[in-house]
Design a binder for this molecule. Structure first.
Ligand code: ZN
Length: 138
């Protein structure tokens, strides 16, 4: 049996350390991040669906993987992404003066989304591989 579950992440910094309420009060459900102090609605949080039979059952595993991806992106791997975003005008700033001209908050939001997409793609591909394996063994 497959149990559908999901882990939520901050849309700004990608942290899994988010508090949220699914209780809707006055049409709004509140959420905030303990990492970067982001505040918004629970619907804005990034969702990573998990299927327990593919050994991603524990929320902490996905959260740790997300942290790994974040570390990759905040390190040297983030630079080529920044150059790409600057080149195509997604982030405003000068390549020659990144520290002084780039809107870090805006860039961080893109990085969080990129990290999320990377993790989703990896989990999705793993799921497909597992399905294939199960089909051929039965
Ligand atoms: Zn955050």
């Amino acid at each position: 049996m497959t149990t559908e579950d999901s882990v939520r992440f901050c849309p700004q910094c990608g942290s899994a350390s988010v508090d949220f309420s699914t209780l809707v009060v006055g049409g709004l459900s509140g959420a905030h991040c303990n990492g970067c102090r982001w505040e918004g609605s629970a619907e804005e949080l990034l969702l990573v669906p998990i299927q327990h039979e593919f050994q991603f059952g524990k929320e902490s595993i996905v959260a740790e993987m997300m942290n790994d991806v974040r570390q990759l992106l905040s390190g040297s791997l983030g630079v080529p992404y920044l150059k790409f975003l600057l080149k195509w005008g997604f982030v405003k700033g000068e390549v020659t003066d990144i520290g002084g001209t780039v809107d870090r908050k805006q860039f961080a939001r893109y990085l969080a989304r990129i990290g999320h997409a990377v993790l989703m793609a990896v989990i999705d591909e793993r799921t497909k591989q597992e399905k294939k394996k199960n089909e051929s063994s039965s």
